[in-house]
Design a protein around this ligand. Structure first.
Ligand SMILES: Cc1cc2nc3c(=O)[nH]c(=O)nc-3n(C[C@H](O)[C@H](O)[C@H](O)COP(=O)(O)O)c2cc1C
Length: 182
């Protein structure tokens, strides 16, 4: 038996994963970035094969991770989480820096950022898992708390689209009892 509610008990953060260069780049919202080794510091990012950003990561062999803080604008989620770079230039008008590898780093509503060079790509079916070795990392705003996936879902009432690895179809969840029975 699988309780899909149990999967909501796994903790994640909220990030923008970006790649490309000064002329062309793109990014997407991700909650599946995590550290895999300490020596050397390596991180994994899980990217749907249909994401426009996947092509940039493959071309450049690098990506950046912007750690979004709790007050991050809802516009960022709309632009980076629900629209594709196939249709709009997501980086236009954003506050950007460029890493040593040349990848764009989104600085808007960002508490910290990382830059990674891809050392391994794992084919996980619908998604690629990019393992990246840390090139650079910086704290942008010490006063801001990073946003968790739980906070995004509960306090911000945020949802994730179908191509997010942690998407759960509502039909798989047990119906909630009416408020009077709670
Ligand atoms: C909260 C949230 C978490 C997400 N997590 C992931 C993720 O970890 N991996 C992924 O491939 N897509 C994830 N997505 C979906 C992508 O952000 C979304 O499909 C995006 O439009 C892809 O952009 P692109 O085609 O411009 O690369 C998430 C979306 C949201 C809103």
């Amino acid at each position: 038996m699988i309780s899909f509610e149990a999967l909501f008990k796994i903790s994640y953060g909220i990030y923008i994963v970006s790649s490309g260069n000064k002329d062309h780049g793109n990014g997407f919202i991700s909650n599946t970035v995590f550290q895999v080794t300490a020596e050397p510091p390596q991180f994994a990012a899980t990217c749907n094969k249909n994401n426009f950003t996947a092509g940039f990561i493959q071309q450049t062999g690098a990506f950046s991770v912007s750690v979004l803080h709790k007050e991050a604008s809802p516009d960022l989620f709309g632009r980076f989480g629900f629209r594709s770079g196939k249709d709009i230039d997501k980086l236009e008008g954003m506050d950007l820096a460029y890493g040593e590898t040349g990848v764009p780093i989104v600085l808007n509503d960002c508490a910290a950022w990382l830059e990674l060079r891809v050392v391994q790509t794992i084919d996980a079916g619908t998604h690629f898992i990019y393992i990246g070795e840390l090139v650079q990392a910086a704290v942008l705003d010490e006063t801001k708390e990073p946003m968790s996936y739980l906070y995004y879902r509960e306090a911000r009432r945020g949802v994730a689209p179908k191509n997010a690895p942690t998407y759960i179809d509502k039909s798989k969840l047990a119906p909630k009892p009416p408020a009077s029975q709670v």
